[in-house]
Design a protein around this ligand. Structure first.
Ligand code: GCU
Length: 605
């Protein structure tokens, strides 16, 4: 927008709005575990206006105005505009929106009955990428980040009766964003996860952590954070199945901490035991389902509940099978995680951004350990403090949402970032922030820049490795570099005596394209890469797990090859239509053998 002549009053208004925007964008912590709250869903059909020239703000779409007289000029009309389903990305709901990047306005009406003593929040499961929220014409807040939940308090602004909500979503990629301009996944825009009203008492349980104390399998510790004025002096934590009830004093800041002995059945992939946990304070109470387990490292081993575990994993994207859009439903999630279990997995890598809350809860129930990642992906503005704050905000929001999920074993700070002093400083800041927010889990990153200590010996000595608990390594010998057979003589060295997870290797194959094992894009080539990669990594004792790339074909704007890719990355072991390729069975056989090797010995066998 070119500003040539601007009055002092207009300049003051511009400055004031900038200050307000910034203030409102710093939203408080998001209410976790909304599934245990009284909620009113706003999912369904919304009115929408595509706004490629950013007309909506200056034309004040957020007022949802109607002409009052026949001579009034109003150049928009939500009621008679196209509709979109919420939740859901806009790209796959209309051919005209498949590649759309820019602002798009959502609007719907809803009725609400106000009650005294009730606070009401508008909760968004996620919105990609930037969201601005108005209720009955008043700005409630905004949020940046496409994959984490956020909420805004609506109590004062809600009318008793008819209400109107307007949300502007802008999925424009930004050089200073997280992620930035380049990704190898589709930039699905919109209200991609559910929207709901959440009702809580005046003083409510805003956040909590209930976990095994680090390094202990029979001590539970944690905290509860209250929000609101009249805080009772106590919070109570109850686990009915083991007839346990403990209480804790709440300090002036509304925080109560606790630590008590507890004899629980430990959560593990083969026995994903979850306990009903009831947290109460004053008139508020929330119920959660929590698994108790420890996760730590010893030398190059990952220990689950004190015992070494090999993580038989697979990387994935949060992409719905069959319709190839952003996954959001229980069906989408269950299809993907069931395929991972059929592959023989006890571990999944949720690449490259936080997935929907139900996918994590399903991992809890199905016994899958999870690598959860924020989208600090490839090259971003390492020297931009606002970019670091954005990354920290996304990390805070996902740790707050998932801190009580047993399945979450690792927080990943990044994927394939080019080594520089600024980048390592940026990642170190994220690592220490993650440890501050959650000292119970392992910290990792997927690294891909290695050195050589001989023609066939690769060395992972990335400086950020010093600050990680687990080293992720992405490598594509046989696809992006070298020949498949070069794996046979490749050795790996690591500058740190820490567990290594091979977080990516793979090759493209179009389902049902066949040829010899040297013909690119055939199932035979992909299977050949997997066989050689698995043989190479079996020789590396420091390997504590792997999550090859990846479970299912997914959309990517970087993969246009007609007749083969058609804007899909075809490295899936399963096609986007659920068809298994030969490499699926190569990995399944390897994991089956690993599982038998690692199974506890039956007495006498
Ligand atoms: C990279 C990257 C993935 C990408 C994959 C590929 O390593 O981490 O996001 O999709 O390789 O090129 O297929």
């Amino acid at each position: 927008m070119e500003i040539r002549y601007i009055s002092r009053a207009a300049l003051a208004a511009l400055l004031l709005s900038a200050i307000c925007l910034h203030a409102q964008s710093d939203l408080p912590a998001t209410i976790p575990n909304v599934s245990s709250r009284t909620t009113i869903s706003l999912d369904g059909t919304w009115n929408t206006i595509v706004d490629p020239y950013e007309t909506g703000l200056s034309s004040r779409y957020y007022e949802n105005a109607k002409p009052k007289t026949k001579s009034d000029l109003v150049e928009y009309d939500f009621e008679h505009s196209p509709k979109l389903r919420v939740p859901g990305d806009w790209n796959t709901q209309s051919d005209s929106l498949l590649f759309y990047e820019g602002p798009l306005w959502y609007q719907r009406n809803f009725s609400y009955h106000r009650r005294s003593g009730v606070r009401t929040f508008l909760y968004f499961g996620a919105a990609n990428y930037q969201a601005r929220v108005w209720l009955n014409g008043k700005k409630l807040g905004e949020h940046v980040g496409g994959f984490t939940p956020f909420d805004v308090e609506a109590t004062e602004q809600l009318s008793d009766g008819e209400n109107g909500i307007v949300v502007e979503i802008d999925n424009t990629r930004r050089a200073d964003g997280v992620p930035a301009l380049k990704t190898d996944w589709w930039n699905y825009g919109g209200l991609t996860r559910g929207v709901k009203l959440v009702e809580v008492p005046e003083t409510f349980i805003q956040d909590y952590s209930v976990q095994l104390a680090k390094g202990h399998t029979d001590v539970i510790e944690g905290w509860v954070q209250l929000s609101g004025a009249t805080r009772s002096g106590e919070v109570s934590i109850e686990i009915p199945e083991i007839r346990l009830k403990q209480s804790a004093h709440v300090d002036a800041s509304g925080r109560g901490t606790f630590r008590f002995p507890a004899h629980v059945e430990l959560w593990a992939p083969e026995s994903p035991k979850l306990y009903k946990v009831v947290i109460s304070s004053g008139s508020d109470s929330v119920t959660d389902e929590i698994g108790f387990r420890t996760i730590e490292t010893r030398g190059a081993q990952i220990l689950l509940n004190g015992k070494a575990i090999f993580l038989r994993g697979i990387s994935m994207h949060e992409e719905a099978p069959f319709r190839s859009g952003r996954a959001f439903s229980e069906d989408d999630d269950r299809s993907l995680l069931t395929w991972a279990k059929e592959l023989g997995c006890n571990f999944v890598r949720f690449a490259h951004y936080p997935y929907n809350a139900d996918m994590v809860r399903l991992s809890d129930k199905m016994g899958l350990l999870v690598w959860e990642e924020i989208p600090v992906y490839w090259d971003i503005q390492w020297q931009n403090s606002a970019t670091l704050e954005n990354a920290k905000s996304q990390l805070r929001e996902i740790i707050s949402r998932d801190r009580n999920r047993a399945a979450i074993a690792l927080w990943s700070m990044s994927n394939e970032t080019p080594i520089s002093v600024e980048r390592t400083q940026f990642l170190k800041a994220l690592v220490s922030y993650a440890r501050e927010l959650d000292p119970t889990r392992l910290i990792t990153s997927a690294l891909n820049h290695t050195g050589r200590s001989g023609p066939d010996t690769r060395v992972l000595n990335d400086p950020i490795g010093e600050f990680l608990d687990v080293l992720g390594i992405n490598e594509y010998i046989g696809w992006y570099e070298a020949k498949i057979e070069d794996t046979d003589r490749t050795e790996w060295k690591f500058a740190y005596e820490k567990p290594v997870i091979v977080s990516e290797f793979g090759a493209d194959a179009q389902y049902n394209r066949h040829g010899d094992a040297q013909t690119r894009f055939t199932e035979e080539y992909q299977a050949n890469v997997f066989e050689h990669q698995l043989a190479m990594w079996q020789r590396v004792p420091q390997m504590a797990g792997m999550s090859p790339w990846l479970l299912m074909d997914f959309r990517s704007p970087r993969r246009p090859l007609p007749g083969i890719q058609d804007y899909f990355n075809r490295k899936g072991l399963i096609s986007d239509q659920g068809q298994r390729k030969q490499a699926f069975y190569v990995l399944q056989k390897f994991y089956d053998h690993k599982a038998q090797q690692d199974a506890p010995r039956q007495p006498g066998k």
